[in-house]
Design a protein around this ligand. Structure first.
Ligand code: NAD
Length: 283
């Protein structure tokens, strides 16, 4: 049997992360406080496995063993007791993540590695909440996790080289490409991506072009698979706003100031695909 892991959260990212660990043979203790989400999360994994079977990357006999490796828990104290790795994907909220990590640190074995999937919160600050900060690291998967190869690995100030090596090996064992970066606001992925999305929103706000024109220019001219406004809807406009705020506050630089149109859309509850409306409308 492969090393057991715990995944915290069964939302967009936790579901993909649990799927991938189970696919590569690891028993997953899956913690989700909202029990009403368990069934939906399992259905999502099941549908995504069907998609992989259709594409030929999995065979039909793989399905049941993968699903059998997923076991839900509502309490993290019992879930983390015998695992070698904890990957946290609870919402992007500093206070919540701090309380979750303090709790994990109380109950997990001494040698367990702690990884957070945060998009923008300081790894160094989260590491300071646990008993062994040298074993704490950022493991930033991309959405959709079963499809995207990149894992951005973020080394906090306290993270040891041994923890970096271990997490790079974990990522490779899941057929991912880990890339190491240092802990500064937005890391690399969001530090480069979010200003581009914000600029596209500014261009729309100033009436430079329509949403379709902005997205088409980036797709046809720059070979991006999705335009920046479509991508913002896919990520979630609330998530984009939260990350821009982290960049703005972290660097104290006005070039990261979120566009007023983005702020207004989040206030209106237009959060992108997940709410049915963002820069585009969804059914
Ligand atoms: P989400 O809101 O879809 O899911 C979070 C889940 O965590 C929810 O189901 C919630 O009920 C659960 N939860 C809340 N408190 C919990 C607790 N104490 N214990 C266990 N479960 C708990 O969020 P998401 O989009 O999956 O994002 C999760 C993390 O991944 C965030 O840090 C986010 O920044 C990061 N991230 C998101 C994306 C993305 O595209 N959505 C990409 C990369 C990284």
């Amino acid at each position: 049997m492969k090393a057991p892991v715990a995944v915290l959260g069964a939302g967009t990212m936790g579901t993909g992360i649990a799927h991938v660990f189970a696919q590569y043979g690891h028993p997953v203790a899956w913690v989700e406080i909202e029990q009403s989400r368990w069934e939906k999360a399992l259905n999502t994994v099941s549908q995504n496995i069907d998609r992989q079977i259709k594409k030929g990357s999995l065979s039909p006999e793989d399905k049941e063993p993968i699903l059998n490796r997923l076991r839900f828990y509502s309490e993290l104290s019992s879930a983390v007791q015998n695992v070698e790795l904890v990957v946290e994907a609870v919402p992007e909220d500093l206070e919540l993540k701090i309380s979750v990590w303090r709790e994990v640190s109380k109950h997990a074995p001494e040698q367990t590695i702690f990884a957070t999937n945060t998009s923008s919160i300081s790894i160094t600050q989260l590491a300071a909440q646990v008993k062994r900060p040298e074993r704490f690291i950022g493991m930033h998967f991309m959405n959709p996790v079963p499809v995207m190869r990149l894992v951005e690995v973020i080394k906090g100030l306290q993270t040891s080289d041994a923890t970096v090596e271990a997490i790079m090996d974990w990522a490779r064992s899941l057929n991912k490409e880990p890339i190491l970066v240092q802990d500064y606001p937005g890391f690399i992925s969001n530090r480069v991506l979010m200003p581009m999305i914000n600029e596209a929103i500014y261009a729309l706000y100033q009436g430079v072009a329509t949403r379709e024109a902005i997205d088409s220019i980036m797709k046809l001219g720059m070979n991006h698979p999705m335009g920046p406004l479509e991508l913002a809807d896919f990520i979630g406009l609330d998530v984009c706003l939260a990350i821009l705020k982290v960049l703005y506050e972290g660097f104290g630089d006005p070039r990261y100031a979120p566009c007023p149109l983005l702020v207004k859309m989040v206030q209106a509850g237009y959060l992108g695909r997940k709410s049915g409306r963002g820069f585009y409308e969804y059914n």
